[in-house]
Write a protein that binds this ligand. Sequence first.
Ligand code: NAD
Length: 495
Amino acid sequence: MTDSSLQSEIKEILSQGPIAGFVGGEDLPSSSGETFPVIDPGSGEKLADVHNLQASDVERAVDVAAEAFKNAEWANLPVNERCVYLHRLADEVENRKPLLSQLESMDCGKILGQAEEDVQNFIDTMRYFADLAQNMQLRTVLAVKGHEAAYTRHPWGVCGSIVPWNFPFLLCGWGIAPALAAGNTVVVKPAEDSPITTLYLARMVKELGFPDGVVNVVPGLGEVTGAALSANPKLSRMSFTGSPEVGRLVAAECGRNLVPVKLELGGKGAAVVFDDIDVPETAQKLVDAITFHTGQVCCDATRWLVQKPVYDEFVNEVSERMQKVAIGYPSDEGSAMGPVVSEKQKGRVLGYLEKGVGEGAEVVLEGGSAEVEGRPGGYYVKPALLSGSLDNVAAREEIFGPVAYIAPFEDEADGLTKANDTAYGLANSVWSSDLGRCQRVAESFVAGNGWINSHNVVVHGVPYGGVKQSGMGGGVGSLETLLDYYRGISVVRPL
Ligand code: NAD
């Protein structure tokens, strides 16, 4: 596809008038007629209007998905035939990768190359779960005394999935691929800041001949559309990815209906850097991590704990490198860091800097608002680095921007205690040339993920999840996830 035909296709998608939800293979506009604007964070300009689906619309979506499950056209397909659909979807997303990446980049302000990686991740996720499901042993005979027994797995029914704005397409894939591979139907609620690629995907699914009602997308505001989905008693499962505050609300609603819920929440990850590392190399890797998607990454390393002998040198290296990060419009060549997702998010980042300094944090690198030439309306911020007491609000709470907090530690025990002294438990990393020490420290993190000499390492086949305030019931991207999407039944006959 040439650049100009790509641009004209994007224009066509975005200029068709308000984009409706997609339910039962058809457009579903909001019953109230309400819409909300979706903004390009890189320019502050409106990309499109999207329908704000109401509680009754969500109810309809769940009913349609339940009917599609009951018809069993999807659930009863032989698994290899069902997985042909998933492979077909992966192939078609691959064919349309330039278009989807561009849309994703504009929708959530992601550097184009990173949006391409997200789309590739969606493709890989579809293929991974399709292949895994085909190799699942769904019936296990259990050798027990005096009984004939077996444990059998079946799909649940309708699975809800509520997705945040930072990795919209990638996380949509993480939510729907295992659910569909296992034979469930899905209702996806994308984030209001970035719903476009998920809505586009719903129409692709229809084009590819998936049975109607298998994949449904309900765009809208969290407190309306998301709340209605979490409160629906006909759901069989719910997967929520987002903030701990909203995760609690979703879990409470699901709890009322005893709907099993999986929460993938925020983080305040630590990087524990020992004094035997290559300082410039490690500094660059952590700067890359904190500026990746402008720091709006749940598993990011935002607390940099550095062993005393190299602390001063490390502070100098990282602050020099952070100042050099090229801030620019996400699809412009040479841009290394784009905007944050919204004006509200920009206010949140700047607000945390102010609160942190107000509580006595030392400013190593001030950060603040940034300007990008020709994009006066974009929501740009500069990378910032604070230091001081780890009790500071900026060291304790998730900021979700390119802001790191740096502090020294004495020895292994001290580094580990400081890393684990947080309400969160998503991902920490350890950096040292002593791999034995790395292994020891990584295994002692109270977190879902421990990474060695690297950060943001998410691999298909390895469960990714959080503990404490970072998640519940979890792990995505692995066999564990697929197993979540089957309900089990034990069948026993006394002999
Ligand atoms: P958010 O919690 O504000 O919103 C997430 C989703 O929930 C959105 O679709 C939103 O519309 C919906 N929502 C809002 N209010 C709701 C309500 N009352 N009931 C039901 N749904 C509601 O989060 P966000 O700002 O979109 O995303 C950022 C957060 O997500 C951060 O905390 C980040 O760490 C977390 N996150 C976690 C992971 C992970 O895998 N652990 C991945 C990405 C993001």
